[in-house]
Write a protein that binds this ligand. Sequence first.
Ligand code: SAM
Ligand code: SF4
Length: 333
Amino acid sequence: MTMSPLIDSYQRPVTYLRVSITDRCNLRCLYCMPEEGLQWLEAGNILTYNEIIRLVEVASRRGLRKVRITGGEPLVRPGVASLIEGLRAIEALSDVTLTTNGVFLKEQVAGLYRAGLRRINISLDSLNPATFAKIVRRDIFSRVWEGIEAAEQIGFDPIKINVVLQAGVNDHETDDFVRLTLKRPYHIRFIEYMPCANWDRWVATYRPFGPVKEVIEQEWGPLIPLGLPNEGDAGPAENFRVPGASGVIGFIHAVSHDFCGTCNRIRLTADGKMRPCLYSETAVDFKAALRGGCDDATLNRLLDHVMKVKPKYHELDLRPKEKQLLTMVNIGG
Ligand code: SAM
Ligand code: SF4
């Protein structure tokens, strides 16, 4: 039976799912998680890999093409390679990717590659070990760096490096990251700090990107534009190259611009709730249906409901400030 494609009420095709496979993490990034961690979900409450694979398979018959595995830290959950293998076996999916903090990457990179993973995003907010330790509250830079190098050696392409810029913390390092793109083929993605966990901290260290690009151009000359957000394979980044570089510099205007008009994504939380928008408070529960032995028609009805409730835009401006905070690890940031 041909199923209708996943298209929301505003005629946006939904082709991309971010799946959080755990809320747990071995780091405590200042902008994401408190020092003491969070009230973790119980193991029995998170979707099994088979449940995730089944749901993705159903959605892939309706146009889902790309899945990103995230968390929390996905590599703290055992057996991620088996999930990747299961997802790679879904013919209609053209892209399976993973976002990781890289702490367990060196050990797991060969297994991930064997399972069919080819694209990876690694978070690395500083090239300075001491600054990095302050941001993630762990002295772990060299392990992450070795993980990145191991990924490059084994053939991951592209390797994208996520850098959340915070004023007065790491924003003086943009030049070092640009210099890295001259030496390595990495895609550096500067991400605007989104309000999450701690409002006061966000107010103190959030800066929009306009000036960052200008500062880079003052030093390196005009950047060569490579594509607009959501264009082709660009994802949410506006991409550029410094003349002569093998790597790429991208800006993800997570806060200062709004790309809702071309949004193509939905998010699945570790405990099986589908969020139609990163910021939405609405979530559609799939776990109960999956565990109740439901048929595919039921999953499709739930997907239809997600399409119906996906908001036109994030509606942040309609909320009081304290309700604008995200809990990234729960929703698959
Ligand atoms: N633990 C993995 C990691 O750090 O890569 C995957 C999950 S993490 C929530 C996914 C991405 O969200 C990371 O690149 C992280 O830097 C980013 N992130 C987390 N909190 C953020 C915030 N408040 N603003 C912008 N990006 C954030
Ligand atoms: Fe963990 Fe990633 Fe959040 Fe940092 S950003 S605390 S690594 S989930």
